[in-house]
Design a protein around this ligand. Structure first.
Ligand code: PLP
Length: 259
């Protein structure tokens, strides 16, 4: 019998198919990994924006995680939209209980259109409960600013921010520089000792819906397959670069990257 690497996404559903659970499962599949999901909230949205957010009861999230982890198991897992403090705490408990070590935390906070995907009250819980059990956290610049209270505008600010986030107890920080000004994007990986930088040219497009979800899912898939972290980050970077470059025209707004 053939073996396949397995990955679990704990995230919100995007009815438009471009972000959240849908983007994660498509990405796992594209990278040859068996995908599973624990849905935290259902969103009603399309390329024009988020119309509604419906969080699930905490027990529904815990139970989905328990059922897949106790039977199938996950070589790696990721979190996306978690919405509230109670869900975050429950997710951290199950991660601990099942000893999930390769956990990628994408600290999803606000959709590009402005809808809140994480309540303000939940940011403290994310820092206190989830970061200490994560292998890597993948903030963009606004998320990193929110986690640290720092103003982050330059690669040098990013290194300072990465140190501050690492001090919260996460093993590795991958800060994404997509919000930097200029034609070159710099992503910074910090493991508590050394910085590893990846630069690439910026692609001008409005089809970037779900880019963060897709990137963190690609990273999770690579970790599930046993790829070492630096190489997994490089591969996830190439994957998202190609996805953005080849994003199709869908809908009348901010179209999806993943396809
Ligand atoms: N909706 C859901 C359910 C998500 O998980 C995410 C991920 O960040 C988004 C929307 C964000 O979409 P956007 O890339 O447009 O900010």
């Amino acid at each position: 019998m053939e073996k396949i690497a397995t990955a679990l996404t704990i995230a919100g559903s995007d009815s438009g198919g471009g972000a959240g659970i849908q983007a994660d499962l498509k990405t796992f599949h594209q990278l040859g990994v068996y995908g599973m999901s624990a849905i935290t909230a259902v969103t009603a949205q399309n390329t024009l924006g988020v119309a509604g957010v419906y969080p699930l009861p905490v027990e529904a999230v815990s139970e989905q995680m328990r059922e897949v982890l106790r039977d199938i198991g996950a070589d790696a897992a990721k979190t996306g939209m978690l919405f509230n403090a109670a869900i975050i705490q429950a997710v951290a408990e199950e991660v601990r209980a099942f000893g999930v070590r390769k956990l990628v935390v994408d600290p999803v906070m606000v959709a590009k259109g402005g809808a809140k995907l994480l309540l303000d009250e939940a940011i403290a819980a994310l820092k206190q409960h989830l970061l200490p059990v994560a292998e890597v956290v993948t903030p963009n610049l606004p998320e990193a600013e929110c986690l640290t209270g720092l103003s982050i505008r330059t690669p040098s600010d990013m290194r300072e921010g990465a140190r501050a986030i690492h001090a919260l107890g996460v093993r590795n920080v991958l800060m994404k520089g997509g919000h930097l000004e200029g034609d070159v994007v710099v992503d910074i990986l910090f493991d508590g000792q050394a910085f590893h930088e990846i630069s690439h040219e910026r692609i001008q497009t409005r089809h970037t819906h779900g880019t963060g979800c897709t990137f963190s899912a690609a990273l999770t898939a690579e970790l599930a397959k046993g790829t070492p972290l630096v190489q997994a980050v490089e591969r996830a970077n190439r994957f998202i670069f190609e996805a953005i470059k080849t994003a199709p025209q869908l809908g009348g707004g901010h179209g999806p990257t993943n396809h």
